[in-house]
Design a protein around this ligand. Structure first.
Ligand SMILES: NC(=O)NCCC(=O)O
Length: 384
């Protein structure tokens, strides 16, 4: 069944059905290698238990270098369900999410996380399926001083961590965007980036609500490394990942909201492939749970009108430039995933494969220039 809500995770299925050498071999082939588990603080584990969320941590190693010290950074990925029903007021729903995420960020901080990222538009239900404007557009807020940014700023300062806060933004000209705000460990906003590619598939009627980014492929230099954010549907566009990497990102976060029926089999591939192809760490973060809306909506596919979006399957994970990846978080529970990574691995993989030399960007730049012309003729030869 697509998006079965009973299956906890693929790792759970493997662990229940394989053991010993067979489990080790399946792990090696599926995950690249078996990662060491990260010892997280007892306080963080206690918090996870009392507040009912998963907490897991893994270590990604790089080789020691003679001329550079290791550059170890702890990354946190947070996935969660909405808290209050979608029939509650906008403020009630948003405040309930703030309280919940406050606890998960605290667990990340207790786990030594330096940079944490939440899921796409984490401060609201994923209401774009409805195509109704009110009340959903009322969730849109200023990226610089809206309530969600103010909330994150005080947490970033309190814990000394960088927070990536993906929100629905309303700018000073009343234009709405799908945005990620990057807040420094000092509590100040470094800047924002916006979603480049907007889905028009199934119930993802997002082009009804907000505009495509005009900000390009910004990279943010934080105290803990250079980071970029490829928001959700952008992960299907390899050039989007590539441009963030070419602009110097070491870690590319992919805050998402996607459902089982649409994308679950491709989820483990896309961000992982991007890590290999672009010699960066990638962090794929998805929502969890089933969100239900007050009025029925249709998907334009002949199927009956419905009130539920489908199952957001979580399964957030981190992938490394060498192609190894962490196990995913649960498909059904809130969770905090912690990964200790050594950023030196990015250049090590680039050098050992020679990717930067073999990339031939000049070739593609020239061909793409031609391809975008309206009179472009495909370069196909055939027998006469
Ligand atoms: N939020 C979003 O862009 N979802 C589109 C569905 C997908 O990319 O899997």
């Amino acid at each position: 069944m697509a998006g079965n809500q009973e299956t906890t995770s693929i790792e759970d299925l493997l662990n229940k059905n394989l053991s010993g050498v067979e489990l080790d071999e399946a792990t090696r082939i599926l995950y690249g290698k078996k990662l060491e588990k990260l010892n997280l603080s007892e306080e963080a584990h206690k918090l996870a238990e009392s507040a009912d969320f998963e907490l897991a941590g893994y270590i990604f190693e790089a080789k020691p270098e003679q001329t550079r010290a290791a550059r170890k950074v702890r990354i946190g990925a947070i996935q969660n369900k909405i808290v209050a029903p979608t029939t509650e007021s906008v403020a009630t729903q948003r405040d309930a999410l703030h309280s919940r995420i406050g606890v998960l960020i605290e667990a990340a901080a207790l786990s030594g996380v330096n940079i944490v990222c939440m899921q796409e538009t984490w401060h609201m239900p994923f209401a774009f399926c409805t195509r109704e404007r009110l009340p959903w557009t009322e969730f849109a807020e200023s990226a610089e001083n809206g309530p969600t940014t103010l909330f994150c700023k005080q947490l970033a300062k309190k814990f000394g961590i960088v927070i990536i806060s993906p929100i629905l933004e309303r700018d000073e000209n009343e234009v709405i965007w799908n945005t990620a705000v990057v807040i420094s460990h000092t509590g100040e906003v470094i800047g924002k980036t916006r979603k480049n590619h907007i889905p028009r598939v199934g119930d993802f009627n997002e082009s009804t609500y907000y505009m495509e980014s005009t900000l390009g492929h910004r990279v943010f230099e934080t105290a803990f490394g250079k980071i970029a954010i490829n928001i959700c549907y952008g992960r299907h566009h390899p050039q989007n990942w590539m441009m963030f990497a070419l602009n110097g990102a070491d870690i590319i976060f992919n805050p998402s909201a996607t459902v089982g029926g649409l994308s679950e089999p491709i989820w483990p591939i896309e961000a992982r492939n991007a890590a290999i192809a672009n010699h960066v760490y990638t962090v794929a973060i998805n929502r969890v749970g089933t969100e239900s809306f007050p009025y029925e909506f249709t998907s334009g596919d002949g199927k009956p009108a419905h009130k539920e979006f489908g199952h957001f399957y979580g399964s957030s994970y981190v992938a490394a430039p060498d192609g190894s990846r962490s196990p995913g978080l649960s498909r059904i529970r809130d969770g905090v995933l912690v990964a200790e990574v050594d950023l030196n691995a990015c250049r090590q993989v680039k050098d050992s494969w020679g990717f930067r030399m073999t990339q031939r960007l000049d070739l593609y730049a020239k061909e793409l220039q031609e391809f975008i012309k309206p009179d472009y003729k495909q370069n196909i030869l055939k027998e006469l």
